[in-house]
Ligand binder design. Structure first.
Ligand code: 5GP
Ligand code: ZN
Length: 112
Protein backbone atom coordinates (compact mmCIF):
# COMPACT_ATOMS: atom_id res chain seq x y z
CA UNK A 1 0.00 0.00 0.00
CA UNK A 2 1.70 3.17 -1.19
CA UNK A 3 0.70 5.59 1.58
CA UNK A 4 1.32 3.17 4.46
CA UNK A 5 4.33 4.01 6.65
CA UNK A 6 5.13 0.39 7.48
CA UNK A 7 4.81 -0.71 3.83
CA UNK A 8 7.39 2.01 3.06
CA UNK A 9 9.66 0.50 5.72
CA UNK A 10 9.19 -2.96 4.18
CA UNK A 11 9.96 -1.58 0.71
CA UNK A 12 13.11 0.12 2.03
CA UNK A 13 11.83 3.65 1.34
CA UNK A 14 12.18 4.47 5.06
CA UNK A 15 15.11 3.03 6.99
CA UNK A 16 14.79 1.38 10.39
CA UNK A 17 17.03 -0.36 12.86
CA UNK A 18 16.24 -3.96 11.82
CA UNK A 19 16.44 -6.87 14.23
CA UNK A 20 15.05 -9.75 12.18
CA UNK A 21 13.63 -10.32 8.70
CA UNK A 22 12.34 -13.27 6.70
CA UNK A 23 9.93 -13.76 3.81
CA UNK A 24 6.87 -13.09 5.97
CA UNK A 25 7.81 -10.61 8.68
CA UNK A 26 10.12 -7.80 9.77
CA UNK A 27 11.16 -6.80 13.32
CA UNK A 28 12.78 -3.45 14.12
CA UNK A 29 13.39 -1.10 17.04
CA UNK A 30 10.62 1.42 17.75
CA UNK A 31 11.66 4.99 16.93
CA UNK A 32 10.06 6.25 20.19
CA UNK A 33 10.77 3.53 22.76
CA UNK A 34 8.47 3.32 25.78
CA UNK A 35 10.80 0.96 27.66
CA UNK A 36 14.53 0.12 27.57
CA UNK A 37 13.62 -2.58 25.04
CA UNK A 38 10.84 -1.74 22.57
CA UNK A 39 10.63 -3.33 19.17
CA UNK A 40 7.88 -3.95 16.62
CA UNK A 41 7.11 -7.08 14.60
CA UNK A 42 5.10 -6.57 11.42
CA UNK A 43 3.85 -8.75 8.56
CA UNK A 44 5.19 -7.97 5.09
CA UNK A 45 1.69 -8.05 3.64
CA UNK A 46 -0.48 -5.02 4.32
CA UNK A 47 -3.19 -5.77 6.90
CA UNK A 48 -4.68 -2.61 8.40
CA UNK A 49 -5.86 -3.88 11.81
CA UNK A 50 -6.34 -7.06 13.82
CA UNK A 51 -10.02 -6.85 12.80
CA UNK A 52 -9.03 -7.40 9.18
CA UNK A 53 -7.32 -10.78 9.31
CA UNK A 54 -7.98 -14.41 10.19
CA UNK A 55 -4.43 -15.48 9.37
CA UNK A 56 -3.68 -17.44 12.54
CA UNK A 57 -0.36 -18.73 11.23
CA UNK A 58 0.95 -15.25 10.50
CA UNK A 59 -0.35 -13.80 13.80
CA UNK A 60 1.20 -16.71 15.68
CA UNK A 61 4.48 -16.12 13.91
CA UNK A 62 4.50 -12.45 14.96
CA UNK A 63 4.06 -13.52 18.59
CA UNK A 64 6.62 -16.31 18.59
CA UNK A 65 9.14 -14.09 16.83
CA UNK A 66 8.73 -11.48 19.57
CA UNK A 67 9.49 -14.15 22.16
CA UNK A 68 12.53 -15.41 20.22
CA UNK A 69 13.92 -11.89 19.93
CA UNK A 70 13.31 -11.16 23.63
CA UNK A 71 15.31 -14.31 24.42
CA UNK A 72 18.02 -13.35 21.95
CA UNK A 73 18.30 -9.82 23.39
CA UNK A 74 18.48 -11.27 26.90
CA UNK A 75 15.41 -9.88 28.66
CA UNK A 76 12.94 -12.76 28.25
CA UNK A 77 13.53 -14.26 31.69
CA UNK A 78 12.99 -10.93 33.47
CA UNK A 79 9.76 -10.51 31.52
CA UNK A 80 8.20 -8.43 28.82
CA UNK A 81 4.86 -7.46 27.30
CA UNK A 82 3.50 -7.99 23.80
CA UNK A 83 0.71 -5.64 22.70
CA UNK A 84 -1.27 -5.13 19.54
CA UNK A 85 -3.24 -1.89 19.51
CA UNK A 86 -6.44 -1.97 17.46
CA UNK A 87 -8.27 1.08 16.13
CA UNK A 88 -8.80 4.43 17.81
CA UNK A 89 -9.67 3.42 21.37
CA UNK A 90 -6.93 0.80 21.32
CA UNK A 91 -4.40 3.53 20.59
CA UNK A 92 -3.46 2.42 17.09
CA UNK A 93 -1.61 5.14 15.17
CA UNK A 94 -0.17 3.16 12.24
CA UNK A 95 -2.79 1.19 10.31
CA UNK A 96 -0.58 -1.74 9.36
CA UNK A 97 -0.84 -4.58 11.91
CA UNK A 98 2.11 -4.68 14.30
CA UNK A 99 3.04 -6.28 17.57
CA UNK A 100 4.86 -4.20 20.18
CA UNK A 101 7.30 -5.97 22.47
CA UNK A 102 8.40 -4.00 25.55
CA UNK A 103 10.81 -5.02 28.27
CA UNK A 104 13.73 -4.00 30.41
CA UNK A 105 11.70 -2.40 33.20
CA UNK A 106 8.72 -3.25 35.40
CA UNK A 107 5.65 -2.44 33.31
CA UNK A 108 2.54 -1.13 35.03
CA UNK A 109 -0.87 -2.76 34.79
CA UNK A 110 -3.51 -1.84 33.84
CA UNK A 111 -2.24 0.36 30.97
CA UNK A 112 -3.59 3.90 30.71
P1 5GP B 1 0.67 2.12 17.36
O1 5GP B 1 0.29 3.29 18.23
O2 5GP B 1 0.11 2.24 15.97
O3 5GP B 1 0.33 0.81 18.00
O4 5GP B 1 2.24 2.14 17.29
C1 5GP B 1 2.98 2.64 16.21
C2 5GP B 1 4.42 2.64 16.65
O5 5GP B 1 5.22 2.86 15.51
C3 5GP B 1 4.77 3.71 17.68
O6 5GP B 1 5.30 3.10 18.84
C4 5GP B 1 5.80 4.58 16.96
O7 5GP B 1 6.82 5.06 17.81
C5 5GP B 1 6.33 3.63 15.90
N1 5GP B 1 6.82 4.32 14.70
C6 5GP B 1 6.14 5.25 13.99
N2 5GP B 1 6.87 5.67 12.94
C7 5GP B 1 8.04 4.97 12.99
C8 5GP B 1 9.20 4.97 12.17
O8 5GP B 1 9.32 5.69 11.17
N3 5GP B 1 10.21 4.14 12.53
C9 5GP B 1 10.12 3.32 13.62
N4 5GP B 1 11.16 2.54 13.88
N5 5GP B 1 9.02 3.29 14.42
C10 5GP B 1 7.99 4.10 14.10
ZN1 ZN C 1 1.12 -1.33 5.12
Amino acid sequence: MTDCLFCKIINGDISVNKIYEDEDILAFHDINPQAPHHFLVIPKIHISTLNNTDNAQLLGKLTLTASSIAKELGFADEGYRVVMNCNEQGGQAVYHVHLHCLGGRALTWPPG
